[in-house]
Write a protein that binds this ligand. Structure first.
Ligand SMILES: [Zn+2]
Length: 466
């Protein structure tokens, strides 16, 4: 069978739209592509069925290139359509562009491998296929289960509506289920005999909503009720469950908030005469990029960022930008204005007037503003020097996790952004493999700033009595 193009791979993964830990076809698609190139593929690594690694070369330096391929629940959307309309994907959709992420990263691995082959370069390129970035922290599990240990430098990227270095620290997090067990009863005839697990969930949420006022500003607390205990008001709900996601700038702070959330769950159980179990779901550390890696990535972004768009592509982006309100279009202005420094005026004008981002946001190595989201790349960044970039794959202003994001996922704009990322990652890997001094500088900088790493996954995944 002939080799598919990397664009076909990305488009197929967009169609599969598989969610966390179920990315069987998506992972195979990428693994087969790598195997056809001559990479050695190992499937089901790090204790995860849909994780894999594809290795080329031997010895140090070991450069890891990280790919993702999971989609988001409920975001099925018709391609290229500038209004919300369900697509052919069963239910889910690539609203975070991970079909591009996995494929662009693979292109980077391919570029580096070809160069190594041609020039007889020593070292190793490992493509890590990482499942469940969305709500599963796949990389954190992979590290806990022994992966990434011999990696010297890690590179990755993420699709966005702009080009720049993804140097911002992100929030560490924990996600855990709280399962309440009460006693079912006839809600009218014998309510006194019932103990409502749904009451417990509601009281826990009330408690946590009050807690918000007394935690640090940057922390985030969100929940979803994953079991309401049934749809009948005439039955005292015997069981109910709520899923909590807790975030803060440092893992230690998440730990403290988590303890207080557990206390609230205990209190809710006590108030309602129910029992509560905690089931730990996932955790991720805060991200910290390596400045020396970021400098090389930036140099290569500027080298390759002269991307040409046709009038048709500009019109395509316009029709999506026209669906956004001013708040959506300007929502990223805050951090970009700081990062861009004295270039901000011209970048702002371009972002307001045009439809596809041009150029690269200037890189400032002292820029340290928090990005209020989380990524499991955080855990990789704790154990090896890591750099990541953002490239423009969508119309300016397109929000993450939106139908507009899914709709543009197979467009030629998305493909150009993906290939831009692949080129930058590939060239950066080559630069590090070629230049021993650069490699040493990166490692030294990492060791100097290294913080102790403890896995955020501290609990067994069986429910624990609280
Ligand atoms: Zn994402």
């Amino acid at each position: 069978m002939g080799q598919k193009s990397i664009q076909e791979v990305a488009k197929n993964i967009w169609e599969y739209a598989e969610i966390r830990f179920e990315e069987h076809k998506s992972a195979r698609e990428l693994a087969d592509y790598a195997a056809n190139l001559g990479f050695k593929v190992e499937f089901g690594i790090g204790g995860l069925k849909t994780a894999f690694k594809a290795t080329y070369g031997s010895g140090h330096p070991v450069i890891a290139i990280l790919g993702e391929y999971d989609s988001l629940q409920g975001l099925s959307q018709k391609e290229d359509t500038a209004h919300k309309e369900k697509g052919n994907q069963e239910n889910n959709g690539h609203g975070c562009g991970h079909h591009l992420l996995g494929s662009g990263a693979m292109m980077g691995a391919e570029i580096a491998k070809e160069y190594m082959e041609k020039n007889n370069l020593k070292g190793t390129i490992v493509y890590y296929g990482c499942p469940a970035e969305e709500g599963g922290s796949g990389k954190t599990w992979m590290i806990k289960n022994g992966e990434f240990q011999d990696v010297d430098v890690a590179l990755t990227w993420h699709p966005f509506p702009y080009n720049g270095i993804f140097s911002m620290p992100t929030l560490a997090n924990y996600q855990a289920y709280f399962r309440f067990e009460g006693k079912g009863s006839h809600a009218a005839a014998s309510p006194h005999l019932g103990r409502s697990a749904l009451d417990a969930v509601e009281l826990m949420n009330v408690g946590c909503n009050f807690l918000r006022e007394h935690i640090i500003q940057e922390a985030r607390l969100h929940y979803a009720i994953t079991n309401t205990g049934g749809i009948s008001p005439n039955v005292v709900q015997p069981d109910a469950e709520v899923l909590y996601l807790m975030r803060a700038p440092k893992l230690k702070q998440v730990d403290e908030i988590f303890e207080r959330v557990c206390d609230i769950a205990r209190g809710a159980a006590l108030m309602t005469g129910t029992k509560v179990k905690m089931l730990f779901d996932k955790g991720a550390s805060e991200y910290k990029g390596n400045k020396e890696v970021e400098k090389v990535l930036y140099k290569n972004m500027v080298k390759f960022d002269n991307i040409k768009y046709t009038d048709e592509e500009i019109q395509y982006a316009k029709k999506f930008k026209d669906t956004l309100n001013e708040n959506e279009i300007t929502s990223e202005f805050g951090w970009i204005s700081i990062a861009a420094g004295d270039k901000w005026d011209s970048i702002k004008e371009m972002m307001l007037k045009e439809y596809i981002f041009r150029g690269t946001i200037p890189y400032d190595e002292n820029f340290n503003r928090l990005l209020p989201g989380s990524t499991d790349v955080g855990d990789v960044s704790k154990i090896t020097p890591t750099g990541q970039i953002a490239t423009a794959c969508y119309a300016i202003g397109t929000p993450g996790h939106s139908w507009q994001n899914v709709a543009q996922g197979k467009s030629s704009i998305a493909m150009k952004g993906m290939e831009f990322a692949g080129k930058v990652i590939g060239q950066t890997a080559i630069d590090i493999l070629m230049d021993k001094d650069l490699f040493e500088k990166i490692r030294k900088d990492f060791e100097k700033n290294r913080e102790e790493y403890g896995s955020p996954i501290k609990y067994e995944t069986n429910p624990i009595d609280l």
